[in-house]
Design a protein around this ligand. Structure first.
Ligand code: SF4
Length: 202
């Protein structure tokens, strides 16, 4: 009887520990992967603090020219409630910061594509280290192709393409400020941009 009780108790403890986030050893393992891939500007965040909001989706639907034209943008992404559910399935997350200043607006495309391609490799490295749910949300819309096909089924790089946090209805402004990052609305294209990618881990 005592043995059975002990067994149940230890199973529950494991579950509780899991829901509190990764262990210090697991976090160090991921920190090592990040550092070996030259990422130093990032912060850990409890996924419960990632703010998902309907207004973000409204901004995609009305006012953004990429709506319906980006293979990783709404309406090709899950509904807002499904996005909320997605974030609840993780115990830890990392916000990666990228700052850039463009000479001309068109330069942003190549800049983002280069960073996003490297981020897919980071996701894979974390996955191969045993974190099977590893999932990266890009720091900008995909940008891998000159002309996006605009749909998941016809995507030219389906294994590489990932949505951005905004496309997953994340209020990036309020979320990153919680961990001390700066972000503000830019009034001109040649101002410094602060972009953020999210690496979801379990
Ligand atoms: S990989 Fe190309 S086709 Fe696919 S979502 Fe990205 S830009 Fe669009």
């Amino acid at each position: 009887m005592v043995e059975a009780y002990t067994k149940v108790k230890s199973t529950n403890l494991k579950k509780d520990e899991k829901s509190m986030g990764l262990s210090a050893k697991q976090q160090k393992q991921i920190d090592d992967i990040l550092h070996s891939n030259d990422y130093t500007d990032y912060r850990w965040i409890d996924p419960k603090k990632i703010i998902v909001a309907q207004w973000v989706r409204m901004k995609c639907m009305f006012g953004c020219g990429e709506y319906g034209h980006g293979g990783t943008c709404p309406p090709n992404t899950p509904s807002v409630s499904e996005c909320e559910r997605f974030f609840r399935e993780y115990v830890d997350a990392i916000i990666l910061h990228f700052a850039g200043k463009m000479q001309k607006p068109e330069d942003r495309h190549a800049w983002s594509a280069r960073i996003n391609a490297k981020l897919v490799k980071l996701e894979r490295a974390v996955f191969l280290a045993g974190f099977e749910r590893a999932f990266i949300l890009f720091m900008d819309s995909c940008g891998f192709c000159k002309e996006c096909t605009g749909a998941r089924k016809t995507c030219d790089n389906p294994r590489m393409a990932r949505p951005s946090p905004e496309a997953m209805a994340v209020d990036v402004y309020s979320t990153v400020r919680q961990v001390g990052y700066e972000i503000s609305v830019r009034t001109d294209y040649d101002q410094k941009m602060d972009r953020y990618a999210f690496l979801m881990v379990y």
